[in-house]
Ligand binder design. Sequence first.
Ligand code: ADP
Length: 338
Amino acid sequence: MADPIIVGEHISHRYGAGFHLHVDRLALSAARTYAVYGANGSGKTTLLNILALLTHPQEGRILLDGRPVNDSDPARSRGYRRRVTLLMQHVYLFRSTVFDNVASGLRFRGVAKEALEERVTRMLSKVGLEKLAHRSAHSLSGGEAQRAGLARALVTEPDVLLLDEPTASVDAAHGRQIEEILRETCRQRRMTVVLSTHQYDQAHRVADEVLIMRDGRLIEAGPENVFKGRIDESVDGPVARLDCGVTLRTNTAVRGDALVAISPREIQLSRSPHPSEAANRLEGVLSAAAVDGDRIRLDVDAGLRLTVHVARASFAGMGLNVGDSVYAAIGASAVRTQ
Ligand code: ADP
């Protein structure tokens, strides 16, 4: 994978004695869409505000293109803010027309009148607000205001767009429309998108990679290894019956419908069906392998698509090639519920 555009390192931020956000490492690649999925209060807004440099974490740092961004170098922070735009959950529109609101970022950047008009008009039509261009922004409905905010963010063509629950206050149809605009813009402009959501379906619909946030921690990275299913009691103890048809032994205390997650680091691969103590053993095929820093990310098709992280050095010793048959061993305690 190419070098990440933004990296958050050892980020730690507390609100008093209560909430504590702790993210050891978060790497965002160019032209990729990430969803930060988590319940209300899990820390999504705090994380996005840190990535937007609105909140300064008490510990840790943000790197842009491999170089730290901090207040001791204001020009660099300014450069970062030009390339990274945050669309807040409750969009604030100025007391002016829709057109002026969408144009504001371009005016600030000194874009000439003609180019500005052309870009704003094109963007308004993209979000379906061209007929409302000269209306007062404060007369817009919630969904329209959200789209105006999105247009204002997109028109400046940021490299990275952060969106905090962009569809939380709009109806389902407008939510889908916003998702579609994002998808299309990402494709056309190779923009990186980080979108927070408490809707599991949305996370998986829009994102290349889903980051799950719980109690201030990113507990899983990857679109992989999070499955819908149901936890039932069986004669051998609890089992996770996944919607994809695979059943896995688990130790979870949860029963009923659940999201089931398996950490990519807790899956052991081998070339032969070695006798393993693991409660779950699946046979599959290695379908992809990619270098990711000092580890290799492997995709295995085993009735479900599993992503497995293996240290580079261990992978070299395994003698595995894409297309090979592999066996995946997963302990019952590694099959967790969200
Ligand atoms: P989310 O976006 O996932 O709903 P937030 O990042 O908004 O989560 O909040 C995480 C936790 O931190 C919540 O418990 C929230 O009440 C608390 N919190 C957020 N902002 C502040 C603040 N400025 N002061 C104190 N507590 C805060």
